[in-house]
Write a protein that binds this ligand. Structure first.
Ligand code: ATP
Length: 592
């Protein structure tokens, strides 16, 4: 399923195809030199798009993708190399490989499948890492594959040139490959998987809390991007006719990453803009690099001019536009912003199956500090329970344990008959516990509707996701902001988007961590009405943390009071107001 409307996708794909066809047509008119430059450009663009599918959507920079390009190049070349050439230059090849002689397209197919299989295995390992550890691991992959190619002489000719490859990559073959890559990258970005991955790039914890299995989404992107790299490697090998392992190492990694970073990592528009910019700069600087005359003065050869120039462009781009030339949006997303959501009846929210939340002996220790100590609670369907306590008393930690963000040191919790201990956040949210965060955790570069839609798509099997998302936006009164970037909203509206996003998960229980913070009196009253509606109409249980005791007293059926990690009182608002232990620990003068 594609999550963007056709009015975005159709012009994007049409423009991508037109861009490639017109450029290839122009190069044909301009002659062989232009054809050569453009063929290399198309092949490079395929690789940039490949890296972008993974790094752009996941936010994890990869230095290792050229190893997949190398796999595509060597695998296809071994399959297309004429048997006579293999007999002469690679005499120790196994018989089946020595006698195989495929055309370029079947060879690409085999190489893509082979590379995808390797990527799957490698991705299972690298996917367990996050942030800079993942990036360093990709660098390790590049070095290991380079080492294998150099060491596996009988098959790769080691560090020597692998030559005799049929030159079957013409301008139009490269153009066709580029069109395929542009379509794949663009459709992936707006696929359900792509949207989930972009959400996890924006905020991994929040993505988990709305049902996104980040590791699985990263693996899908990793394998898909590896197949594009293999295609790029196959095409460059069959364009050059001869290559060595150096072609797939640091210099080209730097060049391709420069294209991605300068253009903008997160969009296909950025990949194209970056590839065009760096190709032009490279072509110009290459002429200077080999020395030139200016007004009769001979400027000598300066090796490295191209690399220095590209590095300077990256620096300038980073200073002027950290998100790259194209920013965070595709060109047509700027031209055709999202429309208001359509009216949807509240039926879309029907909670089919209500459940009681129970927790026994929940304890969380951070080193020597026991933040929550042996807390037990029960919450019935449709009940609004307040959780209060002085700063640092353990409220957020308790919510974090009950939503899977933290693994409790001790204790057990369940929703109905379903034990939830040890389950990852994304499973807990899918089973019926949704939440908001004390420090708002939206996906700021996604639109308000995308923020909510990705939650609906990632829970309850994605059933009726669009309706659920739109109904949640309407119930929270933010349908008018559907097309705005979530990060641009006021504080109060951002809190409402977070609640709508949690609601779109079709939860049985909702945890709200200071939902009224940053809202004025009117907004707080409106929010209270909305929350009452959720429990009354849908039977959702709400566990509410807030420092606004007025709000807690007016809204909650029951209140739990924490102090220094201990549950010190539990009862109706009336009873809590009069409880001496609570007055002593928390309410103080404010109770009067
Ligand atoms: N990840 C962590 N590592 C170490 N200590 C932590 C961690 N998270 C919370 N704590 C500590 O646990 C205690 C409880 O914190 P918690 O945020 O749960 O309190 P709280 O009641 O939600 O406070 P507030 O009302 O200020 O939000 C505090 O002393 C806090 O410093």
């Amino acid at each position: 399923m594609i999550t963007a409307p056709p009015r975005n996708i159709v012009p994007a794909l049409a423009a991508a195809i037109a861009f490639v066809v017109l450029a290839a047509g122009a190069a044909t008119v301009l002659g062989p030199a232009a054809e050569r430059v453009l063929t290399v450009f198309f092949v490079s663009l395929i690789a940039v798009l490949g890296i972008g599918v993974y790094s752009g959507n996941s936010g994890v920079l990869s230095f290792g993708h050229l190893s997949f390009m190398a796999m595509g190049a060597y695998a296809t070349s071994l399959l297309t190399l004429p048997a006579a050439v293999k007999a002469a230059t690679l005499p120790k090849l196994p018989d089946w490989l020595a006698s195989t002689e495929l055309g370029l397209f079947p060879a690409i197919l085999v190489a893509v499948v082979f590379t995808a299989a390797v990527a799957l295995v490698v991705g299972l390992a690298i996917g367990r890492l996050d942030g800079s550890a993942a990036t360093i691991a990709t660098l390790g992959l590049l070095i290991i594959v380079h080492g294998i190619i150099i060491g596996w002489r009988d098959v790769t000719r080691g560090s020597g040139t692998f030559f005799g490859v049929p030159r079957s990559t013409t301008l139009w073959v490269a153009a066709a490959g580029c069109i395929v890559a542009l379509i794949v990258a663009r459709l992936y970005r707006d696929s359900v998987s792509g949207l989930r991955l972009r959400a996890s790039r924006e905020n991994a914890i929040a993505a988990g809390a709305i049902g996104v299995n980040m590791r699985r989404e990263r693996l899908i992107a990793w394998v898909l991007s590896a197949t594009l790299m293999a295609l790029s490697g196959a095409l460059i090998a069959h364009f050059l006719g001869a290559f060595s392992p150096k072609k797939f190492f640091f210099v080209d990694t730097f060049q391709l990453l420069a294209m991605l970073i300068v253009g903008g990592m997160t969009t296909v528009t950025g990949a194209v803009a970056g590839a065009v910019t760096i190709t032009i700069v490279t072509e110009v600087l290459r002429r200077f690099e080999s020395g030139f005359d200016i007004f009769g003065v001979a400027v000598p050869q300066v090796f490295g001019t191209t690399q220095i120039g590209i590095a300077l462009i990256i620096l300038i781009a980073m200073f002027r536009k950290a998100d790259g030339i194209s920013g965070l949006k595709e060109w047509e997303e700027r031209l055709f912003p999202a429309q208001k959501v359509k009216a949807v009846g509240s039926r879309s929210f029907a909670v089919t199956d209500k459940a009681t939340l129970t927790a026994e002996g929940m304890t969380m220790r951070f080193g020597g500090l026991t933040a929550v100590d042996n807390v037990s609670l029960t919450m019935a369907p449709g009940e609004i329970v307040g959780l209060i306590g002085p700063n640092g008393s353990g409220k957020t930690t308790l919510l974090n344990m009950l939503s899977g963000v933290l693994v409790p040191s001790e204790g057990a919790f369940a929703l109905g008959d379903q034990p939830l201990n040890g389950l990852p956040t994304y499973k807990i949210s899918d089973l019926g516990i949704a939440r908001t965060f004390q420090n708002i955790r939206l996906f700021p570069a996604l639109s308000v509707r995308q923020n909510v839609l990705v939650a609906a798509l990632s829970t309850a099997g994605g059933k009726d996701a669009e309706d659920r998302a739109d109904a949640a936006l309407q119930r929270l009164g933010i349908a008018d902001h559907a097309g705005d970037d979530a990060g641009t909203l006021s504080y109060g509206d951002q809190r409402r988007v977070e609640i709508a996003r949690a609601l779109a998960c079709q939860p049985k229980v909702l945890f709200l961590d200071e939902p009224a913070a940053g809202m004025n009196r009117e907004e707080t009253d409106a929010l209270m009405d909305t929350l009452r509606g959720l429990t009354r109409d849908l039977g959702i249980g709400i566990l509410l943390v807030d420092h606004d005791l007025g709000l807690i007293n007016r809204l909650c059926h029951r209140i739990l009071v924490l102090n220094e990690g201990h549950l010190i009182a539990e009862g109706t608002p009336e009873a809590i107001r009069k409880n001496p232990a609570v007055i002593e620990a928390y309410l103080g003068q404010s109770s009067t």
